[in-house]
Design a protein around this ligand. Structure first.
Ligand code: RAT
Ligand code: ZN
Length: 476
């Protein structure tokens, strides 16, 4: 430990930072992974990797005209994977981020020679070895991946509105391993998707009143014991300025994203003025109707009551090309950051985790995080999850926020992807940190290894844990 407390020599910054970043176990605060006991919903293996929706959309850029999305999705996984392998790994070189990810993963799993031989069947055989052992084999594989990726635990995405998933929680709740923690996903509430919400309420024996909608959510919190509630916002998400008097104004959907028309100072005048919004639910309307605003009437009261954060993913434009299914989602060039500012201001006792999909929102996101203590910025999401963009975003975040943010989340859908998502991100984040420490050294700050370890720990999950354990209910 005396070594840990010794100042790191300028010449050693590089090697110390890299070894600390490599050795840091991470908390993966958003994935779509489900535990092996979820059966077919736990995705792993080469065919799942090859049919990841990032690769499906890459494949369709150059797929033969005769292969339609409908035809493609009607094929079995194995066949889809064959086509993608042939097109993206044999007909052209796998140098895009998503294709390279497959390589990094296979290499780490010891399959370099099969890759050298371009031998997909041999790769499949490796996976068959685990599959033949049934559930035990899957558990063994998952454990191995977590170890290689250096993941302490991952947050799942648990969707109560999906009956396939719900059956793994009710009526019999299974116990899930500590390596899979729950996050309660509530997109229909944020999207104002009344039909889905009402159907879900009816199907589980609730009435379609707002009180029952809250009860539905509370009951799911009791069942899932989530770390946070979570939703991605619809592309036209907007929380208008409140009209004073503490009345609840709703989430409106607009045909055009008006955020760019609003004054950049629009959020300044509404911070914290109407905290009574989040106090009680007595004066809320009781029946769900066209003007129901599930965000303020259902989600916020439950988040506050349970002291559960709401994690937001902002800026996706769903179904830009519906035929491509999940590979057909796009992004909003500029999402409305004012809405996030209003949320943070109107609900100061609720904590928000947020990430933006557009590169264009990243600077504003940093500014907001430094204005609202109930906001925590995390990860480089989806179209931002590319080394060049991770680099610029992480550097900007360090410059503006120090270590008070979470550098990455994997968003993995297939267990194996943990390996590449984390190794690629670690490499970029280490590079950024070397630069930033070298600048501090040049200004006369000599860090110890212990200090570097602490900082790296914060970026890879420590800051998130600190944010999660900090209740704001009492302090505001
Ligand atoms: O990146 C993705 O995998 C997307 O398909 C989305 O699922 C996104 O991550 C989300 O959670 O909404
Ligand atoms: Zn996701």
């Amino acid at each position: 430990s005396s070594l840990m407390n010794r100042k790191v020599k300028a010449a050693d910054i590089h090697s110390v930072v890299w070894s600390e970043v490599r050795g840091q176990e991470v908390i993966d605060l958003h994935t779509h992974l489900l535990p092996p006991s979820h059966g077919a919903l736990c995705l792993w293996g080469i065919d799942e990797m090859l049919t990841y929706h990032y690769l499906v959309s890459e494949y369709f850029m150059t797929a033969p005209a005769g292969i339609t999305p409908e035809g493609f999705f009607a094929m079995n996984k194995n066949h889809q994977a064959d086509l993608i392998w042939e097109s993206l790994f044999i007909q052209r070189s796998p140098i895009s981020e998503a294709t390279r990810g497959v390589l990094t993963t296979l290499q780490a799993l010891g399959l370099q020679s099969d890759v050298d031989n371009r031998d997909l069947d041999a790769i499949r055989k490796f996976y068959d070895g685990f599959r033949e052992e049934g559930l035990k084999g899957v558990e063994k594989f998952v454990g191995e991946v977590y170890r290689i990726a250096g993941v302490r635990y991952a947050l799942m995405t648990n969707i109560p509105f999906d009956s396939n998933e719900a059956q793994h929680w009710r009526p019999m709740k299974k116990e899930y391993p500590e390596t899979f923690k729950s996050a309660l996903r509530v997109d229909p509430l944020l999207a104002g998707d009344r039909k889905t919400v009402e159907n879900a309420l009816r199907a589980s024996g609730y009435s379609t009143s707002l009180e029952d909608a809250r009860k539905y959510l509370r009951d799911w919190c009791d069942t899932m014991k989530p770390e946070y509630l979570m939703a991605s916002t619809p592309h036209d998400f907007s929380l208008p300025p409140s009209e004073g008097g503490g009345t609840l104004s709703g989430v409106t959907k607009k045909g055009v994203n008006e955020s760019s028309l609003q004054s950049p100072f629009a959020f300044a005048d509404l911070t914290g003025n109407d905290c009574n919004d989040c106090e009680a639910t007595d004066n809320l309307p009781s029946i769900i109707n066209e003007t129901s605003d599930f965000l303020t009437e259902v989600l916020m009261p439950v988040c506050e009551e349970r002291d559960l954060p709401l994690a937001l993913k902002i800026g996706a434009h769903r179904s830009v090309n519906p035929a491509l299914l999940s590979a057909g989602d796009g992004l909003v060039a500029f999402a409305d950051t004012n809405s996030l500012a209003r949320l943070c201001g109107r609900f100061p006792k609720v904590r928000f985790l947020a990430t933006f999909l557009s590169r264009n929102n990243q600077q504003e996101a940093c500014v907001l995080a430094s204005k609202f203590r109930n906001l925590h910025i995390y990860g480089c999401w989806w179209f931002c999850n590319n080394p060049s963009i991770i680099k610029e975003i992480t550097q900007m975040r360090v410059e503006m926020l120090g270590t008070a943010f979470t550098a990455q989340h994997s968003d993995a859908r297939v267990v194996d992807q943990l390996i590449y998502k984390w190794s690629h991100s670690r490499a970029v984040i280490a590079k950024v940190l070397v630069t930033e420490y070298e600048k501090a050294v040049a200004s006369g700050w000599r860090p110890t290894r212990k200090e570097i370890r602490r900082d790296v720990g914060r970026l890879f999950g420590g800051s998130f844990s600190e944010f999660m354990t900090k209740s704001l209910r009492m302090t505001f």
